[in-house]
Design a protein around this ligand. Structure first.
Ligand SMILES: C[S@@+](CC[C@H](N)C(=O)[O-])C[C@H]1O[C@@H](n2cnc3c(N)ncnc32)[C@H](O)[C@@H]1O
Length: 204
C-alpha cells in the first residue's frame, strides 16, 4: 500500500468475517454491468479478480467460460465453490493476495474486476499487465466505486485514471454514474461507480 492511499484496504480477516455472515453479502445474482458487458463476448478462459462469494464466476461458468476466481478470502472462495456446485458448474479457485498475483502471458480471454479495490500500487501493477495477460481480442470488464477527487494513489479513482492504467487496451466504454445498486445486503441504494469495457487489439 502506498502511504497516500486515502482509504487503506481491508485485510483478508475482515472479508472472511463478512462472508461468514449468513447469506450472500452481494447477492447470488451477477453484477448487472458484467452481465450486460459480456453479452457478446465469446466463451473462453476467464479470470475473476477479487471474486468474493462466487456470484460473477458462477454466472460466467454458466455462460460457458472456464473460470478462475482469485480472492484472498478462504471463506468467500469456499462459498463460491458451493454456489458453483449448486448450479452444476465447475470453477477453479485460487486463494491469493492480488499483491502477489501474476496475470501470466496471453492466458485470458476475459479478465473481470467487479468491485475489486485493492491498494493502488497493486491495482496499477496488475492493470498495467492486462495487455500482456490477455489474448488478442480479449476483454476487460470493470465496475468499481468512485470517490470524488481520488488520485491515482487512491483506491477509488474514476474513469480518466483507470483508462490510463489499463493502456494500451482499447476502450469500448468508460463511464461514471450515480446509480442504484441492489446487490445483496451491502450494495443497496445510490452509488457512484465507474464502468469500463476494454479490449486488447487483435494481432494484425
Ligand atoms: C467488495 S468485495 C467484492 C466481491 C465480488 N467481486 C462481488 O462483486 O461480489 C471485495 C473482494 O475483494 C477481495 N480482496 C480485497 N483485497 C484483495 C487482495 N489484495 N487480494 C485478493 N482479494 C482481495 C475481498 O476478499 C472481497 O472478496
Amino acid at each position: 500500500m502506498k502511504p497516500d492511499d486515502k482509504t487503506p484496504p481491508k485485510n483478508s480477516s475482515y472479508w472472511d468475517e463478512r462472508f461468514n455472515e449468513a447469506g450472500f453479502a452481494y447477492g447470488e445474482a451477477p453484477n448487472a454491468f458484467l452481465r450486460a458487458a459480456c453479452e457478446n463476448i465469446p466463451a473462453g478462459d476467464a479470470l475473476s479478480l477479487c471474486e468474493g462469494e462466487g456470484r460473477n464466476a458462477v454466472y460466467l461458468a454458466l455462460r460457458g467460460f472456464r473460470v478462475t476466481a482469485v480472492d484472498f478470502s478462504a471463506v468467500g472462495l469456499a462459498k463460491a465453490e458451493a454456489l458453483a456446485a449448486r448450479h452444476g458448474v465447475t470453477i477453479t479457485t485460487v486463494l491469493a493476495d492480488l499483491a502477489d498475483f501474476d496475470l501470466g502471458v496471453q492466458r485470458w480471454d476475459l479478465v473481470t474486476a467487479i468491485f475489486a479495490q485493492p491498494a493502488s500500487a497493486t491495482r496499477q501493477r496488475l492493470y498495467s499487465s492486462l495487455q500482456q495477460g490477455l489474448r488478442p481480442g480479449g476483454a476487460f470488464i470493470l465496475e468499481a466505486k468512485v470517490e470524488a477527487h481520488a488520485t491515482a494513489n487512491d483506491r477509488y479513482p474514476g474513469a480518466a485514471i483507470l483508462t490510463q492504467e489499463i493502456a494500451p487496451l482499447s476502450i469500448a466504454l468508460a463511464q461514471e454514474q450515480s446509480h442504484e445498486l441492489n446487490e445483496g445486503r451491502y450494495h443497496v441504494g445510490l452509488h457512484d461507480t465507474v464502468q469500463i469495457l476494454a479490449f486488447k487489439h487483435h494481432a494484425l
